[in-house]
Design a protein around this ligand. Structure first.
Ligand code: RTP
Length: 154
């Protein structure tokens, strides 16, 4: 448990096209997380299939070609958010992978209907977060202090 835990959150191409980038950033900011890296990037299929991504393990699944085509169809916004339990809390904020199972109040539960257009991605474990952050931000993240930390963490 660390207030410096980091997670990789990505707004997928459908989220960018639908103008949901600001909404997603606002939710993480308001929850108390600190933004330490962000970029807009149009990923190539080669990049998306690298072992450090969430997708390499899905090779062989029937939906894999469609998934890569969708993820490479337009720019994504990759972000690194830092704070207590960032990985698990980030997943809760995104909602279940299948929008049918995503609770209202979560990003997918409020804005998505189809699993193949589920708006956002979040790391599923601390180790995968570290791998994804290294892959999407090889230049590293930014370290800085924020004044309200004492009001967010005990
Ligand atoms: P995520 O991190 O995006 O929440 O997804 P996950 O690990 O919970 O689920 P995973 O099975 O790794 O799926 C990754 C992404 O693949 C797409 N998907 N499409 N058409 C389908 O049946 C299907 N199943 C998965 C989704 O975009 C999912 O987020």
């Amino acid at each position: 448990m660390s207030i410096k835990e980091q997670t990789y959150i990505m707004v997928k191409p459908d989220g960018v096209q639908r103008g949901l980038v600001g909404e997603i950033i606002a939710r993480f900011e308001k929850r108390g997380f600190k933004l330490v890296a962000m970029k807009l990037v149009h990923a190539t299929p080669e990049h998306l299939e690298k072992p450090a991504t969430d997708y390499a393990d899905l090779k062989g699944k029937p939906f894999f070609p469609g998934l890569i085509k969708y993820m490479a169809s337009g720019p994504v916004v990759g972000m690194v958010w830092e704070g207590l339990d960032a990985v698990k809390t980030g997943r809760v904020m995104l909602g279940a992978t299948k929008p049918l199972e995503s609770a209202p109040g979560t990003i997918r539960g409020d804005y998505a209907l189809a699993v193949g257009r589920n708006i956002c991605h979040g790391s599923d474990a601390v180790e995968s977060a570290q791998n994804e952050i290294a892959l999407w931000f090889p230049e590293g993240v930014t370290q800085y202090s924020i004044a309200n930390e004492g009001w967010i963490f005990e």
